[in-house]
Design a protein around this ligand. Structure first.
Ligand code: MN
Length: 434
């Protein structure tokens, strides 16, 4: 392997000898190459298959600049992506181009690589990163307006919202891998606004459709991440389900924001789509309207990078799965509609000198659009339960019931370019503990 053999995976004409990677409706063509953890090792996904990086290293399939790099050797032998995210951006780019060379149609490495491929669908029970900190934002104007109008009909958007990306500190310890069962949480809930509360299982369990991103290079305490550099500090993206107990949230959220209504579980999808793979799908965000405030200079993103990701939520009841019925499509929206961009969220987070660490997870907040069909949580989709949705087994849902499975999907499409996707973020609601 020499540096001259490296291949640009973002070349739209590139095809792979891994046949499942060339499915035009698939999520994982050679233009994607997301990373995850599989069989206890960091792996890259191609079609229905995956290659562990330590196997590629051991089989001498990588360029000297990688194999001789002790940081890379270490990263390839760990089970999580933190070490890969810690590599210099040039090294990350070289790795991705090296992997594209291995998987490209006509690659001389095919015979050696083919016997190392493993089945990518085998479940992993841990998130792809060791996450030290998790912050959840509230960056969709439509979500903030919808939710605000339910609770404050005359004043849906608080005066700060268009000036400052609002977020809360989540709990990294409750981040779980896709497929992990979600136990219905207990908490304090009230039947009238002023209480008194009772303690018991949440009756208003909800999902939130979000996009998350993992920090690559961070910043020291007291330093910042300038807005123009923020995109390059993001390692990659995943789908996030920020499970939410609305009845617990309603009683506890003032004055300090969400707490136990959120940190019983947050699910992340297994494959982390790199910043580089998403670059063909960057779009300008929605224009600020004439009466919107001018964004402050430290948040004025010269690159204006939103990512055009189509997002779906599907729900199935246990009865539907028993009968072999397909899950019901509940919503479809787009991440391109977000008011605040990922770079703005990250630059804002570090703007006070807060250190961002490798593997920190930042999530966007519920992604909702202008239409009913694009509302990214049941609270909005059923308008607080006043407009129930019908599932494929004839039952209705205002909020989630025990046995319900929530499946989130996301993908990027652009004319003349292969579709790339995120796979699935799944979770089944389990009964509350006795
Ligand atoms: Mn959220």
């Amino acid at each position: 392997m020499t540096v001259n053999q490296l291949v640009d995976p973002n070349d739209p004409a590139l095809r792979s000898w891994v046949e499942s990677a060339n499915d035009p409706a698939g999520d994982f063509p050679i233009q994607n190459l997301p990373y995850g953890t599989l069989d206890g090792g960091v792996a890259v996904r191609i079609g229905a298959k995956a290659l562990r990086l330590r196997d590629a290293l051991d089989a001498d399939l990588l360029v000297r600049k990688l194999t001789d790099n002790e940081d890379f050797q270490y990263a390839a032998h760990t089970a999580w992506l933190n070490g890969i995210a810690e590599l210099e951006p040039e090294q990350q780019s070289m790795l991705r181009r090296n992997l594209a060379h291995l998987f490209a149609a006509g690659s001389p490495a095919k015979a050696k690589v083919e016997r190392l491929l493993i089945d990518a669908e085998s479940p992993t029970d841990e998130p792809p990163f060791v996450v030290g900190d998790y912050t959840d934002f509230y960056a969709s104007l439509h979500h903030a307006t919808n939710v605000g109008s339910m609770f404050r009909p005359n004043n849906p958007l608080l005066p700060n919202w268009k000036h400052v990306p609002i977020g809360y500190h989540g709990r990294a310890s409750s981040i779980v891998a896709s497929g992990t069962g979600i136990v219905r949480p207990h908490g304090q809930t009230v039947s009238s606004d002023d209480g008194p509360p009772a303690f018991g299982p949440s009756k208003l369990l909800d999902y939130e459709l979000e996009v998350g991103f993992f920090v690559g290079r961070g910043n020291q305490l007291g330093a910042t991440i300038p807005i123009a550099e923020a995109w390059s500090h993001i390692f990659g993206f995943c789908l996030v389900n920020d499970w939410s107990a609305r009845d617990i949230q309603k009683w506890e959220y003032q004055p300090l924001g969400p707490f136990l209504a959120k940190n019983f579980a947050t699910t992340v999808s297994p494959w982390v789509v790199t910043r580089e793979a998403l670059e063909p799908f960057l779009v300008a965000g929605p224009p600020r309207s004439a009466d919107d405030p001018k964004v402050l200079a430290y948040l004025d993103d010269p690159n204006g990078r939103n990512v055009d990701i189509t997002l779906e939520v599907l729900v199935s009841s246990a009865a539907m799965r028993d009968k072999g019925l397909a899950p019901t499509l509940v919503s479809r929206g787009s991440f391109r509609d977000m008011f605040w961009t990922p770079a703005q969220m990250l630059a804002h987070h570090a703007s006070n000198g807060c250190p961002m660490m490798i593997g920190d997870l930042l999530a966007s907040g519920t992604v909702s659009g202008t239409t009913k069909e694009s509302r990214g949580c049941l609270l909005e989709r059923t308008w607080r339960g006043t407009e129930p949705i019908a599932l494929g087994d004839g039952t209705e849902r205002k909020f989630l019931q025990d046995g319900d499975e929530v499946v989130m999907r996301g993908w990027c499409e652009r004319a003349g370019y292969p579709r790339i996707g995120f796979g699935e973020c799944r979770g089944i609601v389990l009964p509350a503990r006795a």
